[in-house]
Design a binder for this molecule. Sequence first.
Ligand code: ADP
Ligand code: ASP
Ligand code: MG
Length: 469
Amino acid sequence: MLIVMKFGGTSVGSTERIMQAAQLVVDTAAKGHQVVVVTSAMSKVTDALIGAAREASTGNWDVARRQELFERHKAVADAVVGGDTARHEAVLATLHRRLDRFEKLCFGLSMVHELTPRLLDAISGTGEMLSAPLLSAAIAACGQPSQPVDATDVIVTTDQFGGAEPRMDETRVKATERLRPLLASGEVPVVTGFIASTMDGVLTTLGRGGSDYSASIVGAALDADEVWIWTDVDGVMTANPSEVPEARTLSEISYSEASELAYYGAKVLHYKTILPAFRQRIPVRILNSFNPGHAGTRVSVEGNPAAHGVKAVTSIRGVILVAISGTGMQGIPGIVAKTFDVVAAQQANVLMISQASSENNICFVLSAAEAPRVVAALRTALEFELMRGHIEEIAAEQQVAIVAAVGDRMRGAPGVAATVFGALGKAGVNVIAISQGSSERNISLVVTEADAATAVRAIHRAFELDKTA
Ligand code: ADP
Ligand code: ASP
Ligand code: MG
């Protein structure tokens, strides 16, 4: 089999973790599989890079930022290949080259006092360029030939900096050219997650948490047999285990359930990860690098046909509810169309929509980053309607959260909504807005951010997800 193995930040967060990841790769290769590795930056490195870039763009470049990054990665290099002088020197030279580039970019920002999305990508992608040579060296140190590969030579994307989309045809060509010869010669390529490049070779990123997406893009481009996402929990669970300690692992879920869960806040998978795998029906597994004996979660077409109703509960914090209301909206055609034209023109991503049946209120949820510019554009575009009183108010409610109950077989399972609202009522949670996907694969609701954890736990308990997973 050809398996793409992706390691997240905590799974490569220290010397010990990198050695463990390398061992998992070597064990898999030893079973006769071909392995392509995709790696994240070491934990917290991407945050540090973004912090440094922002600071530099205000005129403050502190060389200590570079030094800290160097020390952390050098410590791994010392431990992993310290005994092999030639390899050690080669790895350190790579780290220096990449940090030189980082330093020059930050110094540039500190001169021009400006940070464009394109420059932010150029800087925030440095973490993967530092971790890939280390993980590759660790794999080689375990006796398995390996080479680090920059995803800028593998994945071709659009130029939407900060959230680029793959161009699959071009990616297929590049990935084949770059990775197949390595596989043929028995080497394990260690590809940098998160980053890619445009047709013109400009570095892009796939968005925060995007290394999962890199793995499924690479898997699809190479027609891999499976994609394995190694993380720090036992797979996709019935809720975020750091919020609901009694959450349990879902052993099988469908592609649509995995997408829906990721979209509604299950950070364990980047929300775009499933699509490239789904198109080619490549099974995806989510596994725990801290507990590799656990079978984790398998994502497949069928999911678990025996399981009914709600499978998991998720939440997204820090979102904004935009509400357009007015008794005059009733029967005035086109307000809804105009509203979503504006949203589309702003390239904003609507997380949830709800309309009151009285037609005098529509509301939708946006990320906090996108909401201010959408609201400003709406006030301009709907000026006439506001002036005429057809619309009374365009309001943006801060500090709300979306809570979603997800499951393929909620369709036709009577009483799901009643159970959700009964549980929330008992827990004293006030529901601000409701929406049910027409696929009936989820019920999502808006609550205050302060109520989100209570709501998630109440729904988890009401469906006894701690028992039935
Ligand atoms: P990685 O660095 O491996 O990409 P992430 O931090 O991006 O890992 O994602 C794993 C984390 O996702 C878990 O530690 C957990 O806190 C969180 N999480 C949120 N919802 C879920 C869920 N439903 N199942 C499992 N983990 C979840
Ligand atoms: N390193 C990137 C991030 O922290 C991508 C990833 O880890 O998936 O967002
Ligand atoms: Mg992640």
